[in-house]
Design a protein around this ligand. Sequence first.
Ligand SMILES: Cc1cc2nc3c(=O)[nH]c(=O)nc-3n(C[C@H](O)[C@H](O)[C@H](O)COP(=O)(O)OP(=O)(O)OC[C@H]3O[C@@H](n4cnc5c(N)ncnc54)[C@H](O)[C@@H]3O)c2cc1C
Length: 146
Amino acid sequence: MTETKHLVIVGGGFAGLNAAKCLSRERRLEITLVDRRNHHLFQPLLYQVAMAGLSPADIAAPIRSELSRQNNLKVVCGEVLGVKPQQKQLQTSFGPLNYDYLLLACGAMHSYFGNPQWEKHAPGLKTIEQATEIRAASCRLSRKPS
Ligand SMILES: Cc1cc2nc3c(=O)[nH]c(=O)nc-3n(C[C@H](O)[C@H](O)[C@H](O)COP(=O)(O)OP(=O)(O)OC[C@H]3O[C@@H](n4cnc5c(N)ncnc54)[C@H](O)[C@@H]3O)c2cc1C
């Protein structure tokens, strides 16, 4: 009998979700997908939320329901705080998590190329909170008396 290995995937974005789906038939793997958010976000439509063309619920779906048919996987909501590669262990907001294989699919942050002062003039657009903040700011501007 072959031994089951534990794969931890960090991130339920396009990369993490697709990796998990591709491995759905892999019986020798127990998969844990960790994300600090409980939802998968379709980032390319964040612009439409920011300009009030769509509501946040239109572009977000619970990660658990996206992967609900997958028997070799569990989804955990929590933040990964660090990696100890020697021990094959993650530090997370819910305690240590051991792995045999690790797949980091945590996405990327925007960059201001060493100019953090630019952020207040050109805020990032990577989360629903940022999209709704841009929407609220443009509403405030349009209500200003000229
Ligand atoms: C506004 C916008 C428009 C875009 N338009 C297009 C487009 O038209 N076409 C195109 O091809 N691409 C587009 N992209 C790019 C595309 O959306 C990204 O390349 C893609 O979402 C990246 O997927 P990912 O899985 O690597 O990361 P993400 O989707 O960012 O997912 C990373 C996941 O990891 C989680 N995570 C991160 N750190 C931690 C941690 N420490 N602990 C736990 N969880 C963590 C996050 O919560 C997130 O769910 C756009 C992006 C943006 C922002």
